[in-house]
Ligand binder design. Structure first.
Ligand code: ADP
Length: 473
């Protein structure tokens, strides 16, 4: 059992103000696997003051100096890749053999990409007597969720470091362990004191301080729309920049003349990945009605190929939900779907066969879903796919956009050009055509209530930049 009893503040392992601790449970066993301290207001203020004190010197380091720290950190994180994967598997249940590729290695490579992107900070633009400069926004609060706990931390910390910002990281209650490894890495490479600070705490308790304090300049948050609203409210009185990556109910549009086999396989695998706990998951499969029944039987077949079970078993393809409480949220939605009249094609709210305890659920597919049902409109965050038929392409696009969210989307059509034409009509920050893969080189973020910023890619750094125009030369 891992016991952490200190925060990382100002380059030191610092004792918390109180003795309150938080127990973390392994969702596969229901057993406590770690404890971390809980921050109070004094701890938050300590971390904020440390980040503020570090900002003047860090913000004027050269891009190449910051790039060197980023590369060194990436090297050290790579050496800790097994520890990182162990931590993530233990706390949120991602199968251990899948975890390095899904949760760890790509994120570390993506971190490295920001060593180069730091250089864009030194490129000023001259426009008819106006010089455009880029400056770091300041002290940032980074609040992360439990589904991809390392990747999402890196997606914020890497551009923040590259831009010359200092920061306080606050991981999700359920999954703080990888953040401690990241702090150990920054300590090891000698990142200047106070540039990266880590504390653990209960979101609604520490949020008002971490997001409302006058010495915080910017908040970058990934998580639920509910928490995003609260964070925005905390930040509003001091007019902070708030960048939000929130929920989704993303559509996959499959036209009549698409390769139905490839499309359905892609869609089902996308939804079941990480036990359905991906904010950009394609949870609404919209299928031309002439191919609908065929798509349903294919989807059932692909979903049932999953092996749900112990994350430490190399045969497992789907681990438990990340916590007992997440499982109970998903169970409620599955029951609601049945009550709303959707047809349960496979799965359901019962524990999969052969399992007796742990936060497990089977891959679940609903057919005969209409887009007004709550299972089609609300983010479930579990292994649940809704299949909805459409009459023609206009109707398909109408359904795709008929949601308060707009994070991701995908299209399978006859060919690339037809798919692209449909992609342009979908209101979402990303659209994957003809089976494309995720890449951290592409900007990621949402339209509508899915958020308001862009992470990753070249654009990821812009959240952490202030633009200054110098006039009169
Ligand atoms: P979930 O409901 O699935 O746990 P949340 O959006 O609540 O997802 O959690 C994501 C992150 O947001 C976590 O780090 C959590 O501690 C944090 N959080 C939750 N509520 C608030 C809040 N009011 N202010 C700041 N952070 C919060």
């Amino acid at each position: 059992m891992k016991i952490h009893d200190r925060f990382f503040i100002n380059g030191q392992w610092s004792s918390p103000a109180t003795t309150r601790v938080h127990e973390i449970r392994n969702p596969a066993t229901d057993e406590v696997c770690a404890t971390v301290p809980l921050a109070n207001e004094a701890d938050c203020v300590h971390a904020i003051e440390s980040a503020r004190a570090a900002f003047p010197a860090w913000s004027v380091t050269s891009a190449s100096e910051r790039g060197d720290f980023i590369n060194q950190a990436a090297d050290e994180l790579m050496k800790r890749a097994d520890d990182l994967a162990d931590a993530i598997t233990q706390t949120m249940g991602c199968p251990r053999h899948i975890c390095p590729n899904l949760q760890v290695l790509g994120s570390i490579q993506a971190f490295r990409a920001y060593a180069d992107r730091a250089k864009t900070m030194e490129q000023s633009e001259q426009r008819k007597g106006v010089q455009i400069l880029k400056e770091p926004v300041g002290v940032c609060t980074l609040i992360t969720p439990w589904n991809y706990p390392l990747s999402i931390l890196i997606g914020k910390a890497a551009p923040a470091l590259a831009a010359g910002c200092t920061m306080i990281a606050k991981p999700a209650e359920q999954t703080p362990l990888q953040d401690f490894i990241v702090a150990e890495v920054f300590e090891k490479i000698g990142l200047p004191n106070g540039v990266f600070n880590l504390l653990t705490g209960i979101g609604p308790e520490v949020g008002p301080v971490l997001c409302g304090h006058s010495e915080i300049d910017m908040v970058s948050f990934t998580g639920s729309t509910r928490a995003g609203v609260q964070i925005t409210e905390s930040a509003a009185p001091t007019i902070k920049r708030v960048c939000l990556e929130l929920g989704g109910k993303s559509p996959l549009v499959i036209t009549e003349d698409a390769d139905i086999d490839a499309a359905v396989r892609y869609g089902v695998q996308n939804v079941m990945m990480n036990t359905g706990q991906t904010c950009s998951a394609l949870t609404r499969m919209l299928v031309a009605e002439s191919r609908y029944e065929e798509a349903i039987s294919l989807a059932k077949h692909v979903a049932e190929q999953n092996i749900v079970g112990d994350p430490l078993d190399p045969k497992t393809t789907m681990g438990p939900l990340s916590s007992a409480s997440q499982k109970s949220t998903v169970v409620d939605y599955i029951r609601k779907g049945i009550a709303e009249g959707a047809r349960l094609v496979t799965g359901g709210a019962e524990m999969p066969e052969g399992l007796t305890h742990g936060a497990y659920l089977p891959p679940t597919i609903f057919a005969d879903v209409n887009n007004q049902m709550s299972i089609a409109q609300e983010e479930i965050f579990g292994p649940v796919l809704c299949m909805i038929p459409f009459r023609d392409e206009n109707h398909g696009i109408e359904l795709a956009n008929e949601t308060v969210y707009g994070l991701s989307s995908a299209v399978f059509a006859k060919d690339q050009d037809s798919a692209l034409a449909l992609a342009r009509r979908i209101k979402a920050g990303q659209c994957f055509v003809q089976g494309a893969n995720f890449t951290t080189d592409a900007p990621f973020g949402g339209y509508k209530r899915s958020g308001n910023g862009r992470e990753w890619g070249e654009e990821g750094i812009t959240e952490f930049i202030e633009i200054k125009a110098v006039l009169g030369q």
